[in-house]
Design a protein around this ligand. Structure first.
Ligand code: SF4
Ligand code: SF4
Length: 217
């Protein structure tokens, strides 16, 4: 059920009388500390939840989804060994995904984004049509039946399959089994003398959540 919200108006700005301005008195009064606290409590925390673009896209091509905050140390494969890599962290629970098939590039979302963003260019592009996805160089496609997110980046192919306790990640010459909670590599096969990192896999694990929601999995 939708929660009812109530508009809380701002505190009116207090100004001195028009007849009392031929002097050096402050025209606009400052707030008392109580008023300042009340005013600050009206903040909508739009740096945490904005979603403006999802409400103004005429084609509903921008959709929001929620993820859990996560933080883990990634691993990578270097000289045939598993070693520690950078921290991967998601603090913002609210995420936006762009359904590329539905976007006609009107740029409405760019015009009204309060953060000067261009969501239709910058957010992950999810294709619902596999043929359209196949013709693109960058983007994502979710194979609902196999719980697999396919990705393309600059023409390279990646896939991430979600299982009960692990992810199976595939990129050029690499197949890696990753612990779902810690993202540790529990098994892998890869080409000798090639190094691999898992940054793309970590990003895909987040986008997969959005793709699942959009496709109703
Ligand atoms: S550019 Fe695309 S995503 Fe943005 S408002 Fe227009 S149709 Fe929607
Ligand atoms: S892309 Fe812009 S409009 Fe959309 S949620 Fe982020 S800040 Fe808000």
């Amino acid at each position: 059920m939708l929660k009812k919200t109530k508009r809380i108006p701002g505190i009116p700005v207090k100004e001195i009388d028009l007849n009392d301005r031929k002097n050096f008195k402050l025209v606009t009064a400052t707030m008392t500390s109580e008023e300042a606290v009340a005013e600050a409590s009206r903040c909508l925390l739009c740096d945490e939840v904005c979603n403006v673009c999802t409400t103004l896209c005429p084609n509903l091509a921008l959709q929001h989804y929620e993820v859990e905050s996560i933080k883990f140390k990634l691993q990578k494969i270097e000289n045939g060994k598993i070693v520690d890599d950078d921290i991967f962290e998601i603090t913002q629970k609210e995420q936006i995904i762009h359904i590329a098939d539905w976007c006609n590039m009107c740029a409405n979302c760019e015009t009204f984004c309060p953060s000067s963003g261009a969501p239709y260019k910058e957010k992950p592009h999810l294709y619902l049509n596999k043929t359209t996805f196949a013709a693109e160089k960058d983007g994502y496609y979710y194979d609902n039946k196999n719980q697999t997110l396919l990705a393309k980046e600059s023409g390279f192919d990646f896939s991430l399959t979600e299982k009960d306790n692990f992810y199976l990640y595939q990129s050029d010459n690499l197949i890696a089994k990753l612990d779902k909670k810690t993202f540790e590599i529990t098994d892998y096969t890869g080409a000798e003398n090639e190094d691999y990192d898992l940054k793309k896999a970590a990003e895909m694990s987040i986008i997969l959540k959005g793709a699942e929601k959009i496709t109703g999995n």
